[in-house]
Design a protein around this ligand. Structure first.
Ligand code: SAH
Length: 363
């Protein structure tokens, strides 16, 4: 383990005075502490950073989401004005690619105002440099968005929201916490009272709960019901339980989650089934999750790659490699998923299979 970071020292002081933190409190401080939090201090994205996201791999990803946005706006009756909203826009790469693709429909651009929900000052500056021409407005959260229909997109935002972890011990459920070992370094402790306990499970099981993500999806669903529009979340995760998925990345390598808080990215798999329940409990309709590979293929990414390669034969190998990374099983195509929220009566959004049973009806 490396020497304690300033944030580790701050966390240790808190733990000594008021006891262990929950994993969710630890994650929230490691990522969002105003002075030392990972997302507050640096630009973590890209080749030189800690991880690479789909929009940083290829322009094709944002282009497909731009077409998705135009299609959804048309399906909603082309409302004017409307708000195009991105949560956690990173370097602004995806939105720049979306806007370029969405220019196929000039009415979309004419009716749109651009809104970016971002907590990181460093990334806001990068977004301003990239998207300034579209005169974006920045927001700390959804509360300050104008009361107009919205087309909301977010890539790899939900995985950064804090998770609670519960461990089934011999005497019932306990919440996993972060305390101190005998040397005063951060260590997991599985002894916080868990209330209310999650479902039954064998001793040793770990389950994760992410109330911040459920609350966010519920708030988006309420906005869609009151003002109209739709939302698309792309992230890595599963439908149902997957155990302990907390992971830390530094310089593209996995490191122990408690090592160097504030200097590594922390994330955990997204439970899309829980988010679908949150959207539907709010009265909206949840779509998916569908695998990213199938979603992007349905939107036409293979044809887009062919067009790009035909225009730049010298780039053919690079374009093919990026396409493979985005859609192939074992690359990002199956672990990453798309999930959408619409009004209950909306037809299937682009890229989401029609809700028809898979069984063959006639022999
Ligand atoms: N969507 C980008 C960036 C993903 S990294 C891409 O795909 O490349 C996560 C992004 O979410 C960063 O921009 C980070 O600063 C932002 N973020 C993290 N927590 C947030 C929160 N609670 N509210 C808004 N943005 C948040």
């Amino acid at each position: 383990m490396s020497a304690p970071t300033p944030l580790e020292e701050e966390l240790a002081r808190r733990i000594r005075s008021s006891g262990p933190l929950t994993v969710a409190e630890f994650m929230a401080m490691a990522l969002q502490d105003p002075e030392h939090g990972y997302y507050r201090t640096a630009d973590p994205l890209g080749r030189a950073g800690d991880f690479v996201t789909a929009p940083e791999i290829s322009q094709m990803f944002g282009e497909m989401l731009g077409l998705w946005a135009v299609d959804g706006w048309r399906a909603d009756g082309a409302p004017a004005p409307f708000a195009l909203v991105e949560m956690g826009p990173g370097r602004g790469t995806m939105m720049a690619d979306m806007l370029r693709a969405a220019a196929v429909d000039p009415d979309f651009g004419a009716a749109m105002s651009l809104h970016l929900v971002e907590t990181s000052p460093a990334l806001r500056a990068r977004q301003a440099a990239r998207l300034g021409g579209s005169r974006p407005r920045w927001h700390d959260d959804l509360e300050s968005l104008p009361p107009v229909p919205l087309i909301l997109v977010a890539n790899e935002l939900l995985d950064a929201l804090p998770v609670h972890q519960f461990v089934r011990g011999p005497d019932g459920w306990r919440e996993r916490g972060v305390g101190l070992d005998p040397e005063g370094r951060l260590a997991f402790v599985d002894d916080l009272p868990a209330r209310p306990p999650p479902d039954e499970a064998p001793v040793g099981s770990v389950v994760e709960r992410r109330p911040a993500a459920a609350a966010l999806v519920a708030a988006v669903a309420h906005r869609i019901l009151s003002d109209g529009g739709r939302a698309l979340f792309v992230d890595y995760g599963y439908a149902g339980g997957a155990g302990d998925t907390l992971q830390a990345l530094r310089g593209h390598a996995r490191v122990p989650p408690l090592d160097g808080p504030g200097t590594a990215d922390l994330s955990a798999h997204v439970d899309f089934a829980a988010l679908a329940r949150a959207a539907e409990a709010a009265g909206a309709r949840a779509w998916g999750p569908v695998r990213q590979g199938e979603f992007l293929t349905a939107l036409g990414i293979v044809q887009r790659a062919e067009r790009l390669a035909a225009a730049r034969p010298d780039r053919r190998t690079t374009i093919a490699a990026a396409l493979h990374r985005l859609i192939a099983a074992g690359a990002m195509g199956t672990l990453f998923k798309a999930f959408a929220v619409t009004r209950p009566d909306a037809p299937a959004p682009a890229g989401f299979a029609m809700p028809v049973p898979d069984e063959e009806q006639r022999p």
